[in-house]
Design a protein around this ligand. Structure first.
Ligand SMILES: NC(=O)c1ccc[n+]([C@@H]2O[C@H](COP(=O)([O-])OP(=O)(O)OC[C@H]3O[C@@H](n4cnc5c(N)ncnc54)[C@H](OP(=O)(O)O)[C@@H]3O)[C@@H](O)[C@H]2O)c1
Ligand SMILES: [Zn+2]
Ligand SMILES: [Zn+2]
Length: 362
């Protein structure tokens, strides 16, 4: 019986026509003893969905359903899953990772996101069974229970979904950078992740500078709580902000329209810049050594967050009522295609969330 089970999904069938999203069905992996199956209620649209669907990171397999900001209800539990923590019907979330080896030093040190056996929610391969993973634009998903999160009752599914990848990705550099009351934080890129990073930095008490390419998002950034706004394309607009920031969170989806030396000049000496940008595979980040050493800048990368970080973020989001700005759209082939095209144009304020799963995936 189990072998014939199929989940319905929407995704890319042909990378040459990637915006033409199509319905397909796939056979899920067997439900392992540590796995949870959920019936998906909503899934938000991360910038990574676009990179993966358009082949920016390489043309992997098709059909490919993306989506890794998932909220749903539990429909099956493996034998070894903690039945005190999880019950059938519970509302839970899944982010960008669905498994890791669980044994290496990285996993044991709560760095599951850095495990060499990281299994992405989509465009990943689970070494255990060879399964090529399929994401949250689908009726159901099966996930190792270590990567399933209970959702605080106070948070709506559409609000919490974007937090599960984008939110943690924008929040984690604030943890690493030890942001606290009075810290001076710059967020580059007022997109999905950038706008959530602004919300979290404000919740931690930071003074926030939003850095965007143009003035188009100035009003929104200030509404989100940013104290200052800089448009990098406006001549001279950075001048008064040079040497002011302790931390720069670089959330743009590409470095192609960024001048790194210029943006680093916003940091105080010894300041830290953390990029979460995961650009097209051919892009390189160019740094100028004398600039780095004379200012003692620290540059780092950051990948989502660990399950522990995600739990902490969800708690904080419930306490501080962190609410990403979302646009809900009922899921179907046309709406997925349309949302992807809008994402490419930058026409999003600031996270699309697919809803209406019950209507579409009968
Ligand atoms: N590290 C991780 O674990 C992780 C996790 C999730 C996503 N990501 C990556 O994070 C990036 C952002 O994701 P997102 O969901 O926030 O995407 P998004 O909503 O599309 O926002 C990206 C923002 O980047 C800026 N931008 C776009 N094109 C640019 C260019 N050519 N040069 C400079 N800036 C540009 C824009 O901001 P302005 O208009 O304000 O300039 C845009 O709003 C993606 O690369 C994604 O793959 C990384
Ligand atoms: Zn590991
Ligand atoms: Zn993501």
């Amino acid at each position: 019986m189990e072998k014939e089970l199929k989940f319905d999904a929407i995704g890319v069938l042909d990378f040459d026509h990637w915006t033409d999203a199509k319905k397909f069905s796939y056979s899920p992996p067997l439900l392992g003893p540590n796995d949870i199956e959920l019936k998906i209620e909503v899934c938000a649209v991360c910038g990574s969905d676009i990179h993966a669907a358009n082949g920016d990171w390489g043309r992997t397999y098709t059909p490919l359903a993306v989506g890794h900001e998932i909220v749903g209800n539990i429909t099956a539990l493996g034998d070894n899953v903690d039945k005190i923590k999880f019950n059938l019907g519970d509302r839970v979330g899944v982010g960008a990772q669905i498994n890791s080896c669980g044994k290496c030093l990285r996993c044991l040190r709560n760095r599951q996101q850095n495990c060499k056996d990281f299994v992405g929610t989509y465009q990943g391969v689970d070494k255990k069974n060879g399964f090529e993973t399929q994401g949250g634009y689908a009726s159901h998903i099966r996930v190792n229970s270590d990567f399933v999160f209970r959702i605080p009752d106070q948070l709506d599914s559409t609000i919490v979904a974007p937090l599960l990848c984008g939110g943690i990705t924008g929040f984690k550099p604030l943890i690493t950078g030890e942001v606290k009351q009075g810290s001076k934080v710059g967020v580059i890129g007022v997109g999905g992740i950038g706008h959530m990073s602004i919300l979290f930095a404000k919740a931690l008490g930071a003074e926030v500078t939003a850095i965007s390419r143009s003035n188009r998002k100035k009003e929104d950034a200030l509404k989100l709580g940013a104290d200052h706004f800089v448009a990098t394309a406006e001549k001279g607009s950075l001048d008064s902000h040079v040497d002011t920031l302790d931390l720069l969170v670089m959330t743009a989806s590409s470095f192609s329209e960024s001048d790194i030396d210029q943006t680093l000049s916003l940091l105080v000496a010894g300041g830290r810049a953390i990029f979460i940008t995961n650009p097209p595979a051919q892009e390189k980040l160019t740094l100028t050594p004398p600039t780095m050493l004379s200012n003692e800048y620290h540059i780092g990368g950051s990948a989502i967050g660990s399950p522990h970080d995600i739990e902490y973020m969800l708690k904080l989001a419930a306490e501080k009522q962190i609410k990403p700005w979302v646009q809900t759209v009922d899921i179907n082939e046309e709406s997925v295609s349309d949302v992807w095209k809008k994402m490419v144009k930058g026409d999003v304020r600031y996270r699309y969330v697919f809803t209406g799963y019950d209507k579409y995936f009968k």
